[in-house]
Design a protein around this ligand. Sequence first.
Ligand SMILES: NC(=O)c1ccc[n+]([C@@H]2O[C@H](COP(=O)([O-])OP(=O)(O)OC[C@H]3O[C@@H](n4cnc5c(N)ncnc54)[C@H](OP(=O)(O)O)[C@@H]3O)[C@@H](O)[C@H]2O)c1
Length: 172
Amino acid sequence: MKGTRVILYMAVSANGYIADCDGETPWTTAEWNKFKEKVNEIGNVLVGRKTYELMKKDGTLADMPYKKLFVLTSNKDKFMDNEVLFVSSISDAIKILTKENPTQLLIAGGAAANTAALKTGLVDEIILDIEPILFGNGLSLFELSDYVKRLELINLARYGDSGVQLHYEVLK
Ligand SMILES: NC(=O)c1ccc[n+]([C@@H]2O[C@H](COP(=O)([O-])OP(=O)(O)OC[C@H]3O[C@@H](n4cnc5c(N)ncnc54)[C@H](OP(=O)(O)O)[C@@H]3O)[C@@H](O)[C@H]2O)c1
């Protein structure tokens, strides 16, 4: 039986950054709405501890229609938040979900969490919202590492005025 399907979803600048050099993410409202649609559809979301803290602080976490939120951290006993499940690996989140029901998990950044997810070999799909903006410098979609992953395009769609969504299957 196939267990939890893992989908990595990120907004990126047209030159591949997930945040600018100050850590800012000036994405369009159309992109945020697309992302929220997916969160609403899938329900289960995992973010890295830094993204969780940023989203909590700027209020975007409260605007995200998730059912279950996993936060990836190497210090899970340090945090207290009854609304959230702190996990020390992507596999732990998948184990919790697969125990309940075969379902889906959305990985939603940042770069460290994305890299941890990709390296497990458990990511099945990648959705990239290519935003109409360039950052001279910033945070890459994945941290530097030594993998090669081949992808197959499942879908290509426009959103908003100038956004493009690429949807890939990760070939295994
Ligand atoms: N473009 C987008 O759609 C998007 C989405 C999300 C975030 N972002 C941006 O991304 C930036 C944050 O990304 P980031 O890479 O700095 O941080 P991050 O991935 O959000 O969080 C990093 C933290 O996650 C935990 N972690 C990562 N890998 C782990 C592993 N293998 N095992 C256990 N814990 C692990 C660690 O937490 P501990 O230190 O607690 O151990 C680590 O410090 C922000 O600027 C944010 O705005 C952009």
